[in-house]
Ligand binder design. Structure first.
Ligand SMILES: [Zn+2]
Length: 189
């Protein structure tokens, strides 16, 4: 069925293995459309009814190469709970994100990672830096930002930023022993 959503490419597509180039600021109309397409897919994929109606796969993030655009743009959406227990979706839409510093300590998801571009399952731990600092141009705030991230947020950011270098999550899995202990790592359930 035709719909307004972007099409996610599989990891067999060459765009998933190519390096991305920086985006010129201010963003062109075309770059804005790419960013809006990424945001709309990720936000709506988290809405049960829309996801079902349009066959969207639930996502935490998406990177431009996944829709065939090798330009440095990513989107991450997190659920954040306020003091009253209301869940709010926080959208991070970054242009030209760069990891400028990171902790020596690692963290990983106990259930492993997944990716909308990777239809088959690759089991194993994916080591990520436990804490990172990212510099980028924030598309929604319309300014340069420095983001300090940890926990699940830091993992998703690293997963998406990896896409910009043509790296997929399973590249990080220990081939000989996918569940090998990662010394000193923080386990995230
Ligand atoms: Zn991915």
């Amino acid at each position: 069925m035709e719909n307004k959503y972007v099409t996610i490419l599989p990891d067999t597509d060459k765009h998933l293995r190519e390096k991305c180039v920086d985006v010129r600021l201010p963003l062109s109309k075309k770059d804005k459309e790419v960013m809006e397409g990424l945001i709309q897919y990720v936000v709506d994929s988290r809405d049960k009814d829309l996801a079902e109606q349009y066959g969207l796969q639930a996502a935490s993030g998406l990177a431009a190469p996944q829709i065939g655009v090798n330009r440095n743009m990513i989107v991450v959406v997190m659920d954040e709970e306020d003091e009253e227990g209301n869940v709010e979706q926080v959208v991070t839409a970054l242009v030209n994100p760069k990891i400028v510093s990171y902790s020596e300590q690692y963290s990983y998801l106990s259930s492993g990672e997944g990716c909308l571009s990777v239809p088959e399952t690759h089991e194993g731990y994916v080591p990520r830096h436990a804490r990172i600092t990212v510099e980028a141009y924030d598309y929604l705030a319309k300014k340069k930002v420095k983001i300090r991230a940890k926990g699940y947020y830091a993992i998703v950011l690293q997963h998406e930023i990896d896409h910009l270098s043509g790296i997929l999550y399973y590249d990080h899995i220990n081939k000989n022993n996918p569940y090998a202990e990662i010394s000193g790592a923080i386990v995230i359930d």
